[in-house]
Design a protein around this ligand. Structure first.
Ligand SMILES: NC(=O)C1=CN([C@@H]2O[C@H](COP(=O)(O)OP(=O)(O)OC[C@H]3O[C@@H](n4cnc5c(N)ncnc54)[C@H](OP(=O)(O)O)[C@@H]3O)[C@@H](O)[C@H]2O)C=CC1
Ligand SMILES: O=C(O)[C@@H]1CCC=N1
Length: 271
């Protein structure tokens, strides 16, 4: 069977995307190869998903006929380039999709001359099919490549296309955002425990409050401020809580977090 998809780096994000692509049957198990240096990780991925595995990026690259997803840490990029450079360009060249934070299309195009490239920023909810991915496309991308990238990320959630100058902001918001929301869920549960709730109940309440509120806003398209107004009764409980949040700079802290993460993404790239 032809190998259509190669995954370089079978870590957190690589596995998240791989698992959904197989579950949604976008690729058959026999069409996928994962390149990963850790022996333990390779056998885990092979046993769990049935995919072929290798620790040789060069060998993997020469086998793949359609798409390579690059999912290593940005600091590992140059090591990967060295391992595949003598295989470039290959005819027909596979599409390369990079999910590396901060690494620009220009850097990628210089590193992989002649290869069609899509830069993407997914997030960890991709694991459960609720991801949010922004993509931007390199020059001379063929319509088929655009179609492949969109199909891959639609299999793990929602997709939006942006111009590259917005990718650092995307990274600061939706790429890093699951960590901010996880902190919020943890803190809400802690607040429940501080108010006397058992831990398990507090966690359930916190989790479903966040989940339910997101679903309500998504499905009704209500403005978040209007929803807040609907919950806050005059002189009631909610406004007492909101007042504390404002006093602690809650909204400003979130805005600064997104800006700091976007700035860090910018620092990691060369344009
Ligand atoms: N985590 C997230 O929420 C998101 C991450 N990203 C981006 O995704 C990329 C991967 O992140 P993440 O999955 O969290 O990182 P992980 O460390 O979990 O995964 C990277 C994997 O690549 C492996 N690896 C290291 N060197 C090589 C090599 N030469 N060839 C092939 N594989 C190699 C690592 O092995 P080992 O552990 O042995 O080094 C590891 O298993 C990053 O660039 C990040 O910016 C994008 C969106 C969200
Ligand atoms: O923290 C990081 O660098 C990666 C990119 C987006 C989410 N995690």
């Amino acid at each position: 069977m032809t190998i259509k998809l190669g995954l370089i780096g079978g870590g957190v994000m690589g596995e998240a995307i791989l698992s959904r692509l197989l579950a949604r049957k976008i690729y058959q198990v026999s069409e996928v190869i994962v390149s990963e240096p850790q022996e333990a990780r390779r056998s885990f991925l092979h046993q769990r998903y049935g995919v072929s595995v290798t620790n040789d990026n060069g060998q993997m690259w020469s086998q793949v006929r359609e798409t390579v997803i690059l999912a290593v840490k940005p600091q590992i990029l140059s090591a990967v380039v060295e391992e595949v450079v003598d295989k470039l360009p290959m005819e027909p060249s596979p599409l390369m999709i990079s999910i590396l934070a901060g690494v620009s299309l220009k850097q990628l195009e210089n590193s992989f001359p002649g290869v069609s490239i899509v830069r993407a920023m997914p997030n960890t909810p991709a694991t459960v099919g609720a991801g949010m991915t922004a993509i931007c496309c390199g020059d001379h991308l063929q319509p088929i490549h655009h179609h492949i990238a969109t199909t891959i990320f639609q299999a793990v959630g929602e997709v939006v296309e942006v111009c590259e100058s917005l990718m650092d902001a995307v990274t600061g918001l939706s790429g890093s955002g699951p960590a901010y929301v996880a902190l919020m869920i943890e803190a809400l549960a802690d607040g429940g425990v501080a108010s006397g709730l058992p831990r398990a109940v507090a966690k359930q309440l916190a989790l479903h409050t966040v989940l339910g509120t997101a679903k309500l806003i998504a499905e009704t398209n209500i403005h978040p401020a209007e929803l807040k107004d609907q919950v806050t009764s005059p002189g009631g409980t909610t406004i007492a809580g909101v007042r504390e949040l404002e006093r602690a700079g809650f909204r400003s802290a979130l805005m600064e977090a997104v800006k700091a993460a976007a700035e860090r993404s910018r620092e990691m790239g060369v344009y």
